[in-house]
Design a binder for this molecule. Structure first.
Ligand code: FAD
Length: 452
């Protein structure tokens, strides 16, 4: 019996039910297809492709150590998989279930193509998320729209069993694995200079270090911008270098570990929302009749980290430098775009997608909607004051100093609130004046949308 293990967003050998089941056959062909359609979409961006290639090289090495390899093809997954089925005489293809509209149409395409080749498709759940979307639901509904009751049920739901990494793999003779493409050929363009390294090996080292040293401070420290005390596991979770089921199983019952697991449940929460409402990657989950402003200049200032509000600019510059941004900074910058500037959340979400290594349809679009007040936030009209956020979450000002170095010599009070900056000094440092009067803009938001 020969099977194909089609890797998508599950680029790991540990706790991977897709690989585990496929590897029960006498021979298995691990396969990754560079999907030509996905490569053409605006979703495909240099930072994520560079990270993805790191993941694939690492996966190829781990599979090789177990006696297998990783076959790499380019094209339409259904066509490429069917071609390989014929080449190796496979009778089963194994793949992970995923939630986006695109992933589901890919799965349908595969099922149809394989049926014509007498081959069955096995779709495995709880690979991308800890619990599959649709498993944790309120009575009579297809998904939860409020996090707290969702979380209560989520923690009570029994997890699936951990799948051991296969010890030995056997590929059919004569299968060509194909060269790994160069990043520039797949997706040319500049990379952020301080990107994390992709791959399960790095991911597991980081996860083990996190549980040994990092997580103990999580509930106290996760909002401290300068302390940078979160796990930074999100890119590895996005590409499936780590299993969310395994991470939850490794977490103990201490307060900080429970706080950390709660964040992982947010990830599942957004996935189950997108699974139930696939159109919400671009449509409002709850339309509030917003008439977003059109202001390309303000958008550019936000995007380039030149709004004149230091905490907002620090977040945006962290994003372009590292392809990642601290969650608190994501909240501040997204609130500033959608509520202070009152610009469409889709513009912000696309820019985040352009750079985030962890850029994820469910997490990015649903979090943007949460902040914009068109999503699951039970207080959709709350608007953050970036000055107060800076005082509270960057009390030393060192996060701002790190990412807006031209302001490093200024006193902390001026970093928190640009109204306390001397305009002559500000001009000398080449830093812009505030783009808007934040208090006025936020009051305007509260008085207009806030009343609707
Ligand atoms: P930790 O604090 O260590 O949390 C552990 C894990 O829990 C994370 O790796 C992540 O997988 C999950 N998690 C934490 N917070 C959230 C959350 N609010 N929603 C969903 N999952 C969460 N996260 C992404 O993975 N991809 C995105 O594209 C993305 N876009 C976002 C856009 C906006 C506007 C906002 C406000 C948040 C976004 N997030 C996104 C959620 C969150 O900011 C990141 O997951 C987190 O900052 C990653 O850092 P970490 O791994 O150190 O998180």
């Amino acid at each position: 019996r020969t099977t194909i293990c089609l890797f998508t967003r599950d680029l790991r050998v540990h706790d991977n039910p897709v690989l585990r089941h496929a590897a029960r056959a006498d021979r298995v062909v691990p396969l990754f297809v560079f999907d030509e359609t996905l490569l053409q979409l605006p979703f495909t961006r240099p930072n994520r492709i560079a990270f993805l290639l790191g993941c694939l090289r690492d996966l190829r090495r781990s599979l090789g150590e177990a006696g297998g390899g990783l076959v790499v093809r380019h094209g339409t997954p259904a066509i490429e998989v069917a071609r390989l089925v014929d080449e190796v005489g496979a009778t089963e293809v194994h793949v992970a279930a995923d939630v986006s509209a695109y992933a589901r149409s890919r799965e349908n395409g595969l099922r149809l193509a394989l049926a014509e080749h007498g081959c069955t498709l096995h779709v495995h759940e709880a690979v991308v998320t800890a619990h599959p979307p649709g498993r944790v639901t309120p009575a009579g509904k297809d998904h939860f729209a409020v996090f707290t009751p969702y979380f209560r049920r989520w923690v009570e739901t029994p997890p699936r069993r951990i799948a051991a990494a296969p010890e030995a793999l056997r590929m059919p003779d004569g299968v060509r694995t194909g060269p790994m493409p160069a990043r520039e050929d797949l997706c040319p363009g500049a990379l952020s200079p301080e990107l994390p390294r992709g791959g399960e090996t790095t991911a597991r080292q980081q996860m083990l270090r996190w549980f040994e040293q990092g997580v103990a401070d999580y509930d106290e420290g996760h909002d401290d911008l300068a302390g940078d005390a979160t796990s930074r596991l999100s890119p590895y979770l996005h590409f499936g270098c780590l299993s969310p089921v395994e991470i939850v199983a490794r977490a103990g019952r201490s307060e900080p570990e429970r706080a950390f697991v709660r964040q992982l449940a947010w990830r599942d929460f957004h996935h189950q929302m997108l699974a139930a409402r696939p159109g919400c990657s671009h449509l409002d989950y709850r339309s509030r009749g917003d008439r977003w402003r059109d202001d390309p200049e303000a958008f550019r200032a936000w995007r380039d980290g030149r709004t004149g509000i230091p905490i907002v600019d620090a977040g945006m510059r962290q994003l372009s430098r590292e392809g990642w941004m601290h969650n608190r900074a994501r909240l501040i910058t997204a609130s500033f775009l959608t509520k202070t500037l009152y610009l469409d959340w889709r513009l912000g979400a696309q820019h985040f997608f352009d750079l985030l290594v962890d850029g994820d349809v469910a997490n990015n679009d649903m979090n943007w909607q949460w902040v914009a007040g068109t999503g699951a936030d039970t207080r959709p009209n709350r608007v953050l004051n970036p000055m107060r956020q800076a005082e509270r979450y960057d009390p030393s000002g060192n996060y701002i100093r790190r990412y807006v170095p031209e302001l490093a010599s200024l006193p902390t009070a001026a970093l928190h609130d640009p109204r306390r900056m001397d305009p002559t000094e500000r001009d000398r440092l080449g830093y812009p004046a505030p783009l808007v009067d934040v208090d006025e803009a936020n009051a305007h938001f509260r008085n207009t949308r806030g009343r609707s």
